[in-house]
Design a protein around this ligand. Structure first.
Ligand code: NDP
Length: 291
């Protein structure tokens, strides 16, 4: 449907010639694809629960077809049954993203599934070990580096040809505000997330010429299985809420909204950014009598 801006007679005279810059706000919103992901193909790692699950569902709700993976087959199969019952176009593989052979196999499966096309890669799979620097073992260092950082970096390299061919590829790292400020979530976890934020900057500069954008979404404290133990400690949870200007912990769909926005054509001028979605926790200085 074409919409004529009655305040601009020149546009009314030649409605066909309206360009993105000429268009009225209403026309812009209605431009095909501006607020839609119809026809896009996405790979989301760690989609069986938590933030990844909601990202999968939100991408699909906006019109994308999604492929996802996780480590535990049982939960993934359960999730797929639910998605199939709702007629959602989601496919899946079991894959440990920290293992190179398995990442390569995943990319082959995704390539086959989408006929060689991929527009969106959401590097969401990750985990945390909450210990102090002195308590960590060398094995935990390698495990966290491989799971949270190496997996995302090397998946980007594997997916690069497909994302480049799409003409408007979008990569999202689900990092953390633990990679922005110092939190009690463990130094190695924070290092992996800070590295993802830096990687987004570097790759955004290198891959802009390939029409691939790369951004980091940095969640604050979000209700998922990863934070179950933290939130079961009432005093600790109350402290977190008190430290958060918006005065609540986050929900997975607080994060998925930002992830899908960064995949849309409307965000096509945003790249290399780290965007905290944290109820304001990272901008909070010191308000001793806030309430
Ligand atoms: P959950 O533990 O609820 O979900 C994690 C998902 O990642 C699961 O699907 C899990 O599946 C998958 N996963 C973990 N390791 C691997 C692996 N090696 N290979 C494949 N899949 C894997 O966590 P969240 O949803 O909370 O976390 C998602 C992302 O958000 C993580 O990167 C996390 O660091 C980040 N984040 C979370 C915050 C929070 O407060 N919840 C805050 C800041 C960042 P399976 O168990 O089958 O392996």
């Amino acid at each position: 449907m074409s919409v004529v801006d009655t305040n601009r007679p020149e546009a009314a005279a030649s409605n066909e010639e309206i360009t993105a810059t000429d268009a009225s706000p209403r026309e812009k919103v209605r431009q095909p694809g501006r607020w839609s992901l119809c026809g896009k193909r996405a790979l989301v790692t760690g989609g069986s629960r938590g933030i990844g699950r909601v990202v999968v569902e939100e991408l699909v709700a906006l019109g994308a077809a999604v492929y996802t993976c996780s480590l535990e087959e049982e939960e993934l199969v359960e999730r797929l049954k639910e998605w199939q019952a709702m007629d959602l176009p989601v496919a899946r593989s079991v894959c440990d993203v920290s293992v190179h052979d398995q990442r390569e196999r995943l990319l082959r499966e995704v390539t086959d599934h989408f006929g060689g096309n991929l527009d969106i890669l959401v590097n969401n799979a990750g985990t945390a070990i909450r210990k102090s620097a002195m308590e960590h073992s060398a094995g935990e260092y390698s495990f966290l580096m491989a799971t949270n950082l190496e997996s995302a970096y090397l998946l980007c390299l594997l997916a690069h040809p497909l994302l480049k061919a799409s003409g408007s590829g979008s990569i999202i790292f689900v990092s953390s505000i633990a990679g922005v400020v110092a939190l009690f979530s463990g130094p190695i976890y924070g290092m992996t997330k800070a590295s993802l934020n830096q990687l987004a900057k570097k790759m955004a500069c290198e891959w802009a010429k390939d029409n691939i954008r790369i951004n980091s979404v940095a969640p604050g404290y979000i209700s998922t299985s990863l934070t179950e133990r933290i939130f079961s400690d009432k005093e600790l949870k109350d402290n977190i809420v008190r430290r958060t200007p918006i005065r609540r912990v986050g929900e997975p769909d607080d994060i998925s909204f930002m992830v899908v926005f960064l995949c849309m054509p409307g965000s096509s001028y945003i790249t290399g950014q780290t965007i905290p979605v944290d109820g304001g926790m990272t901008i909070n200085g010191f308000y001793p009598k806030y309430d």
